[in-house]
Design a protein around this ligand. Structure first.
Ligand code: ATP
Ligand code: MG
Length: 637
């Protein structure tokens, strides 16, 4: 295979050796109202300021800027298979809606720097609201619609919004999910009370309104139809939004991002990583409640002048061809999703995919969780396009590792999210000594400051927690990703799980992910979660929960015992007896967030008989019941 490895190497090196020149060049991808005076201010590490003194605006660059050349082209394609609606907004129409929404916010007293909390389903108004905030310099905080009242209340208190924008309800698999009821409950629970609540009435659920506080979106919009709200030019380091991390491993952290750095980072990534071109269509299947949705449903594609698809619905409703129907209809060229969604599709009949003309599609990008080779090979084979793994976090806002095909066409390597992306000085270091690991030596994935543009500036309202959490884990000041990784001899990285997921069995430190991987290689294992459980003898013991492809062999106690022994043998083979789980339980589902991340801490607390705490992140609480039930079954001896 021929590829230009040297091209990427040189490009990467320049971004690290001379970040000032490198990023000053990339910054030309966006429009500046005032040019910046200093590319980077790193005088107070680890705090990073990019493009100091420059004035710009995310909404201007995502919307207004394109009016001259593509006003009539699609910008936002809002599709809901839940309500059977499909609306295409051109850049001109999007511009008008965003102006209206901005005027509505101003009418409700929102000013520059104020926080606006957005708790909405995947409807066009959510995008209008985000862009309207960006337009007037208000700081949005989108809270994932799947969160229940308690989690929402915590986030209301942390963000202290002057306005909350919400809707009567969302819908999932045809079931109405009440938002307004939950929101009222959350406001009741919260210490901070927003003065206004703006509500989109989709006609899905009845809404009771609080007089003087609750306002109807459509009614207020009528008074703002011709609104023209000038863009507020913001210093590059002004805040653009707060977004809470998934909370998979603990208390969610309110990631705060800037304006200019984020715009530049996204514009650059759209070209060099996602290879999207203006006029094409981008389809990211995530949710606006997650960072992937912020960066690659709303801001990234629009900054690039692409149309973006916003999809409300499941990947398998009305049938498993729905995504491919969208790809065909809107000639999607680049698609971004998560491994977990692809695994869901893999269980569906194949013919459905074949029904559609997917010739527009050039690549599929997957992020959020480790991508196993089976899933990657399957979908790549079916679609006939490359699958590109990309590794990043809410904190970074855009990929830390991937294969930047727009720079040099390096081949991907199975199981690896690729190499550090330009701008990220990634290292793998020994957790205790802080020394850099050699090839194929496992360590913590860290990033040496300054972090490139687009990454978090701090945690909202808590600089000390930002520094303490991320930068004070080693002898040297380094940003910790809290993920384990290794780099092979050719420079490809592999993510081996989270540092929180490490267990200590009789003095041996083991990553639960490694144990999970070895268990996955058993032919009847569909999914697996391994947690460390307190053990009087060994300190901790690994306990595995397995979903089988074919559950029949484990239906009888003797069958389950035989299978458990087989699985233990597989682990012995790969990791040796130290990695062998003390028990293997068979379950039908595992507790996950809606974005498909396993919530191991919940399983662990149940195993240890502790209160699992805030479980709002878990999509299917019945999965926890399964864990309890599995633990109640005594081993056959
Ligand atoms: P919290 O930090 O609150 O516990 P979280 O880490 O789940 O939540 P996110 O920022 O949404 O919140 O997830 C980022 C994490 O997801 C990464 O640190 C990594 O563990 C995992 N991840 C993301 N992309 C990949 C990938 N391509 N391969 C492997 N792991 C990935
Ligand atoms: Mg995290």
């Amino acid at each position: 295979m021929s590829f230009d490895a040297a091209a990427y190497e040189a490009f990467y090196r320049r971004s690290i050796d001379d970040p000032h020149t490198f990023w000053a060049e990339q910054a030309q991808r966006i429009e500046w109202h005032q040019p910046f005076k200093q590319t980077l201010d790193y005088s107070k590490p680890p705090f990073t300021k990019w493009f100091v003194g420059g004035e710009t605006n995310l909404c201007h660059n995502a919307v207004d800027r394109h009016l001259a050349t593509r006003a009539g082209q699609p910008a936002l394609i809002a599709i809901s298979t839940e309500t059977d609606t499909e609306t295409v907004y051109t850049f001109a129409q999007l511009h008008a809606e965003v102006n209206r929404c901005a005027a509505m916010m101003q009418a409700l007293g929102v000013k520059q720097g104020d926080r606006v909390l957005i708790y909405m389903p995947m409807i066009a108004e959510a995008t209008f609201a985000m862009l309207a905030c960006a337009r007037i310099g208000a700081v949005h905080s989108v809270v994932f619609g799947g969160f229940a009242a308690n989690s929402l209340a915590t986030r209301i208190d942390d963000a202290a919004p002057v306005l909350i924008i919400s809707a009567d309800a969302g819908s999932r698999a045809g079931r109405v999910m009440p938002y307004k009821v939950l929101l009222d409950e959350a406001i009741e629970l919260a210490q901070h009370k927003p003065s206004r609540v703006l509500l989109v009435d989709r006609g899905l659920a009845p809404m009771s309104k609080v007089a003087g506080r609750d306002i109807d979106y459509a009614t207020l919009r009528q008074t703002c139809l011709d609104a023209v709200v000038p863009v507020v030019w913001l210093e590059s380091n002004a805040p653009s939004y707060i977004l809470y991390t998934s909370g998979t491993t603990g208390k969610p952290k309110g990631v705060l991002r800037d304006v200019g750095g984020y715009a530049v980072a996204l514009a650059t990534s759209m070209d060099l990583i996602f290879c999207g071109k203006a006029g094409e269509t981008f389809f990211c299947t995530s949710d606006i409640g997650w960072v992937v949705g912020h960066s690659y449903i709303v801001y990234g594609p629009l900054l690039a002048g692409m149309a973006t698809v916003m999809y409300e619905g499941l990947p398998i409703r009305p049938d498993a061809a729905i995504w491919w129907q969208i790809v065909e209809k809107y000639k999607v060229t680049r698609m971004s999703s998560a491994p977990t969604a692809i695994r869901v599709l893999k269980k569906q009949p194949l013919e459905l995919l074949k029904k559609h003309d997917l010739s527009s599609l050039k690549a599929l990008y997957l992020a959020g969780e480790p991508l196993d080779q089976t899933t990657s090979d399957w979908i790549s084979g079916e679609l006939g396009v490359p699958v590109i793994d990309n590794y990043w976090q809410t904190e970074t806002g855009w990929p830390i590792m991937s294969i930047a095909k727009g720079v040099g066409d390096k081949p991907t390597r199975p199981g690896s999210p690729g190499m550090p992306i330009y701008g990220y000085k990634v290292k793998i270091i020994d957790e205790t000594t802080g020394e850099e690991c050699g090839a194929n030596e496992k360590g913590v994935v860290v990033i040496e400051g300054p972090l490139p543009p687009g990454c978090l500036q701090t945690l909202h309202g808590d600089d000390a927690r930002f520094v303490g959490t991320y930068w004070r884990n080693f002898k040297r000041e380094l940003y910790s990703t809290f993920d384990w990784g290794i780099r092979d001899a050719d420079g490809y990285y592999f993510i081996l799980g989270r540092t929180d997921d490490v267990i200590n069995v009789a003095g041996h430190r083991l990553g639960t992910r490694e144990i999970e991987e070895s268990i996955s290689s058993h032919c009847n294992v569909s999914e697996v979660a391994v947690v460390g459980v307190e053990d009087p003898l060994k300190g901790q013991a690994a306990v595995a929960f397995v979903i089988l492809k074919n559950a029949a062999p484990a239906a009888t106690p003797a069958g389950a015992q035989a299978l458990e022994a087989e699985i233990m043998k597989v682990v012995d083979h790969y990791l040796g007896p130290v990695g062998r789980p003390s028990r293997v339980h068979f379950v039908a589902s595992l507790p996950k967030t809606r974005s498909g991340k396993l919530v191991r801490r919940a399983i662990q607390s149940i195993c240890e008989g502790r209160d699992p705490g805030d479980l709002a992140v878990i999509e299917d609480p019945a999965a926890l019941q399964q864990i309890r039930a599995a633990l109640a079954v005594l081993p056959v001896s």
